[in-house]
Write a protein that binds this ligand. Structure first.
Ligand SMILES: Nc1nc2c(ncn2[C@@H]2O[C@H](COP(=O)(O)OP(=O)(O)OP(=O)(O)O)[C@@H](O)[C@H]2O)c(=O)[nH]1
Length: 421
């Protein structure tokens, strides 16, 4: 089962203790340490992990922030309509509308910049500065429209909670901007003559959304990071699993190849061509189709080995194997019978067709000498024996025995020929 190695700590002091304790432990602990979360900061303790998380959420955060900023800009301009209804085309309206247009323009510029640099959503204090500036311009309304002070306080409440809800993952910068907004609002209210008692009440009311927003946003930050840690763990485990599966598949393929092929020539080995013989014979019998078998034995191979060495002999075997393979059909089976002998199973082929095809092979070999590094050619020939697989033959051995006799005849008759057995 997958072990999730995310650890939540109550404070950085605990983290330090865990750090010290953890160093003595196994690799598992080391891996776990990288995902430690600081509950009071709502962030990963390790800066690299926090950065990785921020990069991960950056696109979606920037998208959400852009929407929030655009909605903010639209609302600002729409509220200008209410100003006009109350103030008409007056100086007060013009001042207010100018500040609204200025704010909206700043917000639109920021939304455009966010599209280009999404990292502004997660790093730096650009968002906080914008929030603070938004408050400053909002403060002007207290003086331009003292008649709607209650309405303004209500809007401030909504702004305070919205900052935490719609601009997540920046809980402390947001807290800073919110406290600035509250202080400024209280200062403006004090300047407009609000009594101390009422100021205390308003400050209490304004603090409420900040406390709720702060706690909720902090919780959200932790949950987001917890999910990220799990996601990273699962992705990593998946990657390892995939690599392991690929490694095993390659190993399986290699084992299968080794179990079915001759290592020198890459042709089917005895076990494999015997198995294929049974399968093809059954198929040909069902389809009432002829099948032939051919054995090819290189001529005077011992002399080649003796003259040029065993390596040249091996090269000759590989050369012949690839030549035969090139000249045979896909459906034919080519195997190494042992030593300098090759075996061919020719399904759906009668003696005459097999004789023609094998004669072509013989000629091809005769015309393809082994190229030696010393710029010399070494001529190669082989003797071939072709025989038809009989219906009553149960195993390949019966067929091979007959082909062997043909091969013996061919060798005795002078080699480099095709014998029908
Ligand atoms: N280089 C190399 N030689 C092999 C291999 N397997 C068998 N031989 C050699 O093949 C030679 C076969 O020799 P013989 O059976 O006397 O046959 P020949 O010399 O080809 O003579 P004929 O078949 O009568 O034409 C032997 O010298 C074996 O050592 C191999 O995998 N590599």
């Amino acid at each position: 089962m997958l072990g999730i190695r995310v650890i939540l700590f109550n404070s950085d002091t605990h983290n330090n203790n865990a750090d010290i304790a953890g160093r003595g432990c196994m690799a598992e602990t080391d891996a776990a340490l990288s995902y430690r979360l600081s509950t009071w900061r709502g962030e990963f303790v390790e800066p690299e992990v926090e950065q990785a998380f921020r990069r991960h959420i950056e696109p979606s955060m920037a998208r959400h922030l852009r929407v929030a900023v655009l909605v903010w800009a639209i609302l600002l301009l729409l509220f200008g309509g209410l100003d006009y209804l109350d103030l008409g085309w007056s100086d007060g309206f013009l001042i207010l509308m100018s500040t609204r247009i200025l704010q909206a323009a700043l917000l639109l510029a920021f939304a455009w910049r966010l599209g280009q640099r999404p990292e502004l959503a997660t790093t730096g204090y650009a968002v906080t500065a914008l929030e603070a500036l938004g408050f400053v311009l909002f403060f002007l309304i207290y003086f331009a429209r003292p008649d709607i002070v209650i309405w303004n306080i209500g809007v401030t409440l909504i702004m305070l909670i919205s900052m935490f809800i719609f601009i997540p993952s920046r809980v402390y910068p947001t807290l800073l901007a919110a406290l600035f907004g509250i202080a400024g609002t209280l200062y403006c209210l004090a300047l407009t003559g609000l009594s101390t008692g009422l100021l205390v009440g308003v400050s209490f009311i304004l603090m409420l959304p900040v406390v709720v927003g702060f706690v909720a946003a902090l919780r959200l930050q932790l949950v987001q990071r917890h999910e990220f840690a799990l996601y990273t763990e699962v992705a990593e485990a998946n990657r390892e699993l995939k690599a392991e599966i690929e490694r095993r598949e390659a190993l399986e393929l290699e084992l299968k190849r080794q179990a079915t092929t001759d290592p020198l020539t890459g042709l089917f080995n005895r076990r494999q061509y015997e198995m294929l013989f049974v399968r093809e014979r059954e198929r040909c019998r069902r389809q009432n189709s002829p099948m032939c078998l051919c054995i090819a034995d290189l001529d005077h191979f011992k002399a080649l080995n003796d003259k040029l060495g065993h390596d040249a002999g091996d090269a000759a075997l590989r050369h012949v194997a690839s030549l035969f393979a090139r000249h045979m059909r896909q459906s034919d089976v080519l195997g190494r019978f042992g030593g300098e002998e090759f075996i061919m199973l020719l399904p759906d082929t009668d003696e005459q067709q097999a004789g023609c095809m094998v004669e072509r092979l013989r000629q091809a070999l005769e015309q393809s000498p082994l190229l030696l590094s010393s710029d010399r050619d070494y001529p190669l020939t082989a003797t071939f024996a072709v025989t038809r697989v009989q219906d009553d033959e149960k195993t390949i051995r019966d067929t091979i025995r007959r082909a062997d006799k043909g091969l013996y005849q061919g060798k005795r008759a002078g080699r480099n020929r095709v014998v029908l057995a």
